[in-house]
Structure formats: structure tokens, C-alpha cells
Design a protein around this ligand. Structure first.
Ligand code: 5AD
Ligand code: FES
Length: 350
């Protein structure tokens, strides 16, 4: 590790921000073991100050893979005719939550494609039902772009949090990843609306998506500082064979881990998941993510019968396991590196 890079990491540790040139220098050194090791060491200091050795779990319910969008990277894009479409009923969603509650989950994340069947009315009914039955639980939505009015209604129905990755903070790069009818402006509008309404908000980007440069990642870091989200979900891009990006290389493990560490240093209290995508590109990816500063894992509560169908990317892990198996598996994994899973709601700290 060069003296300069150590200084930069120390500066980031103390001041939580660097001049752009600093990020550029550090990102260029992400493959250097010593630099990456030191970044993770500092990130763990902040992680432990904020969360001790506790890892929050969120139960993910992938309730529909119908989607009106056509994002070029995503396996459930509307033009993928090979995707087997499904939708869970309200009763099935409640059953997933019942099972999750038994297993100790106190946050349910309803994630789906942008599916017109799920109108505000239907979603209000589902969110309201979950909150009525489990008032001690947080409900997180991850349903893509909607109108401000719709976000307001779902918030009033009881939703506490919303996850909407910004995917990339660079407008030109955004356009390369999305069809012409989607816009970077609307994505930002959604994120700012969600924050204003009062949701705890999660954004995030894929690492190594086609056409991404280090400059784009620097813009992402700058955007994180600007939006100040409660959660940041990042994971490597992984090609899905039926998409236009099916033959593109996957994102780098090292770069994803290095970015997790930088984000922990920039936003010491942020909720930072060790994502399923990270666990997919390396068998111990999620453990490595925690050791780079992550403090959340989001195992799947969806019925096993539909799991393979929610294939955003190829070779996704945990598509054959029951919820209880993932819960147990994660417990062991987390304990193997000296952390413990807690069942608290795990609200954002700020
Ligand atoms: N590889 C990795 N992540 C992906 N996502 C969608 N498609 C892929 C892919 N091929 C991520 C996007 C989206 C989140 C739900 O999953 O960032 O916001
Ligand atoms: Fe699902 Fe390990 S977390 S099997």
C-alpha cells in the first residue's frame, strides 16, 4: 500500500468524504491486497461502532415477476419470453410472512417487477394486512418507479421503507442500461419523493454493469453523499443469458467489496446489505461483504415453487432452499466470522 493511499483511507475514516481525486486514486488501487485489507479494517471499526457485531435480517418476498419494464440487464424484463411468469396471491404473501415471523423475521420486503396488476388498492390491502397482523414488523416495498401519489398512499397504508436502486448515477450510462422510455430524471424524482414522504430509503448500484467506468462509480459515491439514503444495496452485475447483456462479463468481487468498505466509511450508520448477488459470484461472498462493512442479509421467504422464476441473473443461490434452511445457513455463516444475527426491526440509526 502506498503512503498516499493509506493517508487517503485515514482521511476518509475521519472526515467521511474525499475530494474526487481521492476516490479515483483509491479505486485504482482496489486490487492491491494491502489497500483493500486496510479499507476493510477501517470499515469494520465503523461497522462495530454503529452495530456492534449484530447483523440484521430481512425476509424477502418476491411476489411477482411480471414487469412492464425492459431493463437490459434484468432477467424478468418484459421482452424475455423465456421467463415463466408468476404472481403470489394476497394469501400466499401472508403465508410467507407467517413463516418468516416464526423464523424471527421482523422486516418483510415485498419485492416485485413493475406489475400493473398490483394497483394501489391491492397493495394497500396487502400492506395494511401485514401491518395489522404484525404491528411489530417493518414493511419494506421494492416495486420500482411509481407516482408520488402512489408512494404517499402506500406510506399511509403502513409501508415503512422503500428500496429503489438508482443503478447508476450517470445519465448516459443509465440510458445505456435502460430502454428509451425510462429516464434517469424519473428515477431520481422517485428517490427524492420517497425520502420527502418519510420512507426510510434504500438506493444502490450494480458494480461492473456493461459500460461502467471508475468515473461512473465516483459519481455513484457522490450521489450517495447527496441523497443520504438509509440503506445502500450494491452487488456485482451478473449476466442473465436471455438478456441483451447475456454475454457480458460479471462484475468484480474485489471491486464490490472495496466499494462496500468505502461506503461504510462515507456513511458510517448506513444499512449495508451483503447481497444475494455477492453470494452468487463467490460461495463466501456474503461473509466477505460483512467483513468489508456490510451489516444486513436478506434471505428469501418466497415459496420454493416460484424461486427459480425470479431469475434476475443466472445461477442465483438459494433457489432450492426453504426459508428455514436459509435462516439456519445464514446463522452459521454469520457466526463463523464472529457476528450474530439479531431479529430486531433494525431501523436506520439516523
Ligand atoms: N445482475 C445483478 N443485479 C441485477 N439486478 C437486476 N438484474 C441484475 C443482474 N443481471 C439488480 C438491480 C435491481 C435489483 C432488484 O437487482 O440492481 O435494482
Ligand atoms: Fe440460502 Fe445459505 S442462505 S442456503
Amino acid at each position: 500500500m502506498t503512503v498516499e493511499n493509506k493517508k487517503l483511507l485515514d482521511e476518509l475514516f475521519y472526515s467521511e468524504v474525499l475530494p474526487e481525486e481521492g476516490y479515483r486514486e483509491l479505486l485504482a488501487a482496489h486490487e492491491d491486497e494491502e489497500t483493500a485489507g486496510y479499507a476493510c479494517e477501517l470499515a469494520r471499526i465503523r461497522q462495530k461502532e454503529s452495530f456492534s457485531n449484530e447483523i440484521y435480517i430481512r425476509g424477502l418476498i418476491e411476489f411477482t415477476n411480471y414487469c412492464k419494464n425492459d431493463c437490459l440487464y434484468c432477467g424478468i424484463r418484459r421482452s424475455n419470453g423465456s421467463a415463466m411468469r408468476y404472481r403470489l396471491t394476497r394469501a400466499e404473501i401472508m403465508e410467507c410472512a407467517d413463516q418468516g415471523y416464526e423464523l424471527g423475521f421482523r422486516t418483510f420486503v415485498l419485492q416485485g417487477g413493475e406489475d400493473a396488476y398490483f394497483t394501489d388498492e391491492r397493495l394497500e390491502d396487502i400492506v395494511g394486512g401485514l401491518k395489522a397482523k404484525y404491528p411489530d414488523c417493518a414493511v419494506t416495498l421494492s416495486l420500482g418507479e411509481r407516482s408520488r401519489e402512489s408512494y404517499e398512499r402506500l406510506y399511509l397504508a403502513g409501508a415503512d421503507r422503500y428500496l429503489l436502486r438508482h443503478e447508476t448515477a450517470d445519465r448516459i450510462h443509465y440510458e445505456r442500461l435502460h430502454p428509451p422510455e425510462m429516464s434517469w430524471e424519473n428515477r431520481r424524482r422517485c428517490l427524492y419523493d420517497l425520502k420527502e414522504i418519510g420512507y426510510q430509503v434504500g438506493c444502490g448500484m450494480m458494480v461492473g454493469s456493461p459500460g461502467q467506468t471508475m468515473e461512473h462509480l465516483i459519481e455513484d459515491l457522490r450521489f450517495l453523499k447527496e441523497l443520504r439514503p438509509h440503506m445502500v444495496g450494491i452487488g456485482p452485475f451478473i449476466p442473465q443469458k436471455d438478456t441483451p447483456f447475456g454475454d457480458q462479463p460479471q462484475g468484480s468481487l474485489k471491486l464490490t467489496l472495496f466499494l462496500l468498505a468505502l461506503i461504510r466509511l462515507m456513511l458510517p450508520k448506513v444499512l449495508l446489505p451483503a447481497t444475494t448477488a455477492l453470494g452468487t459470484i463467490h460461495r463466501e461472498g456474503r461473509e466477505m461483504g460483512i467483513l468489508a462493512g456490510a451489516n444486513v442479509v436478506m434471505p428469501n421467504l418466497s415459496p420454493v415453487s416460484v424461486r427459480k422464476k425470479y431469475a434476475l441473473y443466472d445461477h442465483k443461490i438459494c433457489t432450492g432452499e426453504e426459508a428455514a434452511e436459509c435462516r439456519g445457513c445464514l446463522e452459521q455463516r454469520v457466526e463463523s466470522i464472529g457476528y450474530k444475527i439479531v431479529t430486531a426491526r433494525g431501523n436506520a440509526l439516523e
